[in-house]
Design a protein around this ligand. Structure first.
Ligand SMILES: [Zn+2]
Ligand SMILES: [Zn+2]
Length: 319
């Protein structure tokens, strides 16, 4: 009994001291690793500052090469080959371009570079595709690593959707900066049991993507605007239309914010048929009517598209 008391006291003291030492150790480790982390951060940002001119030059190149990589995927579609995974295809194209660029930069700046394309995705704007690339570099024992984000515009590229969707064997053709559907769309409509496929024989649509400047779009009801929009062949923003990356895969509809274009019919027929916005023709499949029954080249539109473009009273003014 006499011996146990000092024993348990001793145990308590030893135990408490042990815990205190352990806590002290943990605190030291924490403080040391924090200091180390902050130092590393400083070294990294310092290094990135030193390499800023290289990174800036590389970013500018990324914008150009990103766009070229998209254009190559479009070219593949126009050559009659399917693109099942546009992001993967463009990544592959871009990796090839960047590897060449890395070699070029090694000669130009005497720096070792390696890059990895992290992602190719739809941005908040239907006119731009977002690229994310990780760039690692080393020069004279100094290293940097940076993720570069850059948008590439798709304006000026060809619209891949009609060819990707209908395939080249359908007879759809592209010349004079226009898509000429010939009988391809009517055959497609016949296959899907849609109304008045004959209305879409010889229909045409713009080929090169140009952003419509008549924004807000209700101005299309103003004198001369619709004529100019159709003559130039403008594309329009649309939550229902598909984005460029999904167009490459032949999708008329997608979850991203996209675009739409009018498929213009040239027919004396006045039958009710598909509304001519391309996401309706290729995916949504609902009907509309000619906005001007007396015009062979009139657009066929449903009421919500008439409202969007300010064309609800179009053709009635002269009645
Ligand atoms: Zn327009
Ligand atoms: Zn999409």
């Amino acid at each position: 009994m006499k011996l146990r008391k000092p024993d348990s006291k001793g145990n308590i003291i030893v135990g408490t001291t042990g815990i205190l030492i352990l806590m002290l150790l943990l605190m030291c480790i924490f403080v040391l690793s924090s200091i180390n982390y902050i130092q590393n951060q400083n070294i990294e940002s310092q290094a990135n500052d030193n390499f800023k001119y290289i990174i800036d030059d590389y970013s500018t190149n990324l914008e150009v090469l990103g766009r070229e990589s998209i254009a190559e995927a479009t070219e593949k579609v126009y050559n009659g080959l399917p693109v099942h995974d546009s992001e993967g295809q463009i990544k592959k194209n871009l990796d090839k371009h960047l590897n060449m660029k890395n070699d070029e930069f090694e000669d130009k700046y005497d720096v070792d570079l390696s890059s990895e394309v992290l992602s190719v995705e739809a941005s908040d704007s239907p006119w731009k595709v977002l690229f994310r690339v990780k760039l690692n570099g080393e020069k004279d024992d100094e290293r940097f690593s940076q993720i570069i984000e850059r948008n590439a515009t798709i304006e000026g590229l060809r619209d891949p959707l009609p060819i990707a969707k209908l395939t080249i064997v359908s007879g759809v053709m592209a010349y004079d900066d226009k898509i000429h559907y010939k009988t391809a769309l009517s055959a497609y409509m016949l296959l899907h049991d849609l109304d008045s496929p004959e209305s879409y024989i010889e229909a045409t649509a713009p080929m090169t993507i140009k952003k419509c400047p008549y924004d807000p779009y209700v101005h299309h009801g103003d004198p001369g605007v619709l004529d100019d929009c159709l003559d130039t062949g403008y594309f329009h923003e649309s939550a229902d239309g598909s984005c460029y990356l999904c167009r490459l895969e032949g999708k008329g509809k997608c979850p991203h914010y996209g675009m739409e274009v009018f498929i213009q019919t040239h027919t004396p027929l006045g039958n009710e048929s598909l509304s001519c916005s391309d996401h309706v023709v290729f995916a949504d499949h609902y009907n509309g009517e000619k906005i001007d029954p007396n015009d062979w080249d009139s657009l066929i539109l449903d009421s919500s598209h008439r409202k969007k473009y300010g064309l609800s009273d179009y053709g009635n003014a002269t009645d």
